[in-house]
Design a protein around this ligand. Sequence first.
Ligand code: GTP
Ligand code: SPV
Ligand code: MN
Length: 580
Amino acid sequence: MTTKNQELTAWVSDVAKHTQPQKVVWCDGSEEEYQQIVDLMLNDGSLSSLNSDTHPDCYLHLSDPQDVARVEHLTFICSDDPATVGDNNNWMPVADAKEKMNDLYQDCMKGRTMYVIPYCMGPIDSPYSRCGVEITDSPYVVINMKLMTRMGTKALSRIEAEGSFVKGLHSIGELDPDRRFIMHFPEELSIMSYGSGYGGNALLGKKCHALRIASWQARKEGWLAEHMLILGLESPEGETHYIAAAFPSACGKTNLAMLIPPEKYKDWKVWTLGDDIAWLHKDTTGLMRAINPEAGYFGVVPGTNAKTNRNAYDMIQQNTIFTNVGTTADNQPWWEDKKVGQPETDWKGNDYDANAGPAAHPNSRFTVSATENKAYSSLAEAAEGVPITAIVFGGRRRELAPLVYQAKSWEHGVMIGAGVASETTAAATGQVGIVRRDPMAMKPFCGYNFADYWAHWLSFAERTGTLPKIFHVNWFRQDDDGKFLWPGFGENLRVLQWIIKRCKGEVGANETAIGYLPCDDDIDIEGLDIDPAVWQSLITIDDQQWRQEMDEFGEYLESYGDRLPDKLREQHQQVRAALG
Ligand code: GTP
Ligand code: SPV
Ligand code: MN
C-alpha cells in the first residue's frame, strides 16, 4: 500500500532511509492483519496465548521490567519559546531535540519491520476528529493501536482528503532507560519517541497526540483536549445527562465511566462514551459537546473484579491484550484483588513469590476495543458528540477534600480545576502516594504553559451562556487506619445523582467558602454502612485545613508570575478571604 499524500510518502521514505528497516509494512487495520501480527508475536515469544477456554483470543505481553509506566522526566515539549511551553513541562529547543533523536534513530530499525499506521482520533466522519500516522518498529504497538484507534484504510482516506496529519515516529530502540525520550513538536504537529514500548510512551495516538499536541491545537482553534472520561447517566424516566470527569492517572476514570448502579438504583443506567480522553467543542448553539477520540480502553487491571467493576471484568474475558499481569496454573490472567484463582507466575514471568512483590504490576493494563463493553453508548460513534451537562474534577486525597462540592460559577470552577492535587500512582515512574498538584488532571499532558491554559479555560465564559456546571469529587478519603470512608465504585452513582439534581436546580445546597456542599439528606446513603459522624466529615470542610491548602495553592499559582490570569487570582483571593 502507498498513498496519494506526497508529504506522507516523503516522510515514510526519509524515515526508512534513516532507520534502515528490513521492510516497510503499511497497516490496513483489518482483522486479518491483526491476527497475522499476533501470530508473529506468538512465534517470537513477545506475546503468549492465555487459556483459550476461559479467555478466548486473549494474550499476555510482559514488557521489559524497566519499562512499565509513563516516564514524565523523559517527556519534553520542544519549541523555541520556553515561556510558551511553561514550567509545567520539560522543555528543549527544537534543534537540540531533533539532533538528539536523529542520533538515536540512526539505523535503529536494522533487521526489524517498520510499520506505518494511519489512524483517526474520533469517529471517522466527525468534524472534530483528527488524524495521525505512527511509524513504529513495535508489533505490540500495532495491535494496541488497532484496538485503541480507528486505524488503517479509512483513516488513510481521510488523511488524503484532508491533507494534514500528526506525524509520530516511534522506535523501541534498546529499551534502555538511559536512551529513552518522548519528544513533542507541537508547532509542526510531530512526535518523536524512542526507547520505550509502554502505553502512553509508545501508543502515540493517546497521550502524545490526543492530549499534548491536541491541547496546543485546541488552544489555537478554540476547543479543549482533556484527560476526561465521558459518561451518560440515564434515569428510570429515560432522561440521559452527559458528564465529563477529569481525574489524574489511576484515580478512577475507567471505573466511573463503566459504573454499574447498586441494587437499590437498578433502574438507572450508566453508558460509557470514553474512559480517558475527551475533546470538548462549543457547538453553534452554544452547547459544549464532547467526543472520545479513542476507540478502546488501556485500563488499569489490578482492583478490577466482579464486584468493583462487573462491566470491565466481563469485557476483558475475551479479545483482550493483557500487559504485565500474572497467570494461574491453568494459564488464566491473574492480578491483585481479582478475588478468584491463585497466581502461579508473576508479571516478570517468574514463579510467583508473595515475598517478591505483587503478581501483577500495579500499573498492569488491559487493552480492549470499546465495542466489547456492554455499556458502550450508541452515541459514542456520533459525529457531533454529546452535550455535556456537568464537568467533574477529582483527585485522590486521603483528607481535606469533601466527597463532592459545586463551583459557584464557571470562573470559580476553573479555579477548582486548577487546584486539583492528588496522590501519585503507579501510572508514572517515581514515588507513589505523595500529594502533588495536578491541575485539571493535566500536569503530565498539557502541551503548553498552564497559565495560558487556564486563560483558555476562562475564555469559554465569554463564548457561551450555557456552559456545563463544574463540580469536584473525592472518593478516596481515609481514616487513620487507611480504610476508605466512602464505599466508592457503584455507590458513586449517588453522588452523580446529586450532581444532576443540582444542574437541574432540583435541590438546595449548603453554601461554604469553597463552594456548594450537599445538605445532610440530599444524598441518599440508605443501605450504606456509614457512621453518621463519618458522613458529616465527608460533607463538611475543616476551615483551618482549607486555609492552609489555599495558601499553598496561592503560592503555586503565583509561581506562574505575570502570565497568571487575573480572573484566576481573583477567584483564589475570594475563596481565601471567605475562609477567614
Ligand atoms: P488511567 O487509565 O491511568 O488514566 O486511570 P483511571 O483514572 O481510568 O483509573 P481507574 O478507573 O483504572 O482506577 C484506578 C484504581 O483506582 C483502580 O485500582 C481502582 O480499583 C481504583 N478505584 C477506582 N474507583 C474507585 C473508587 O470509587 N473508590 C476506591 N476506593 N478506589 C477506586
Ligand atoms: C495514564 O497514565 O493516564 C494512562 C495510561 O491512561 S498511559 O496510556 O500509559 O498514559
Ligand atoms: Mn489516563
